[in-house]
Design a protein. Sequence first.
Length: 202
Amino acid sequence: MPIHVPGKRDRRGRKSATKRKVVAVLSLTAMVDLFTVLVVFLLQNYNVTGEIIEIPKDVELPKAKEVRALKPANVVIVSPEFIKVNNVPVIPYQEVAGSSSETLSIPRLKEALAISIKKSKEQYESLQNKIKKAMKKIVKEQSDEEMPLYKKVTIQADKDVSFLVIKKVMYTITEAIDSLSGEGVAEINFAVLKKDNNKQSP
């Protein structure tokens, strides 16, 4: 077997070896989709404790000891002057309070609520919310299905308004949701002010 004297390595072989690179093709569309999912997920999951809602000047909210944070929802305002949906006047309060009708439904309020709830439903069923729902399933953020946002309504009622008017408003809210979804199920919350438990009685 012949013995060869060690010499310099073949540079051509080294050059050809360095040219053997793995070419990775990165899809720009896939990257954009990935970042879109991440941005939407982070934005929709960035929530402060509770929802900041504006209290009208003509409404004095009742106070309560036990409270919980409010979540985003359509807002029905019941003041001594007007009943409003998302701060838009719908019907005068006295027209409802002084009505001799035995029916609980308030037609004009139902119509205004139906429009607002329909918009909320369309937003809820949009692509962004579908992405959020899919991401929640992946990370197992929640095991139980929450009430859809369009079925949540917050009532801001003045502490001196009639209970019968509040009853009519709640009934109309259920009717408005039922007319759109076929299910008269809703999460109705009342906006209240928390009592200051630190005050010492004289």
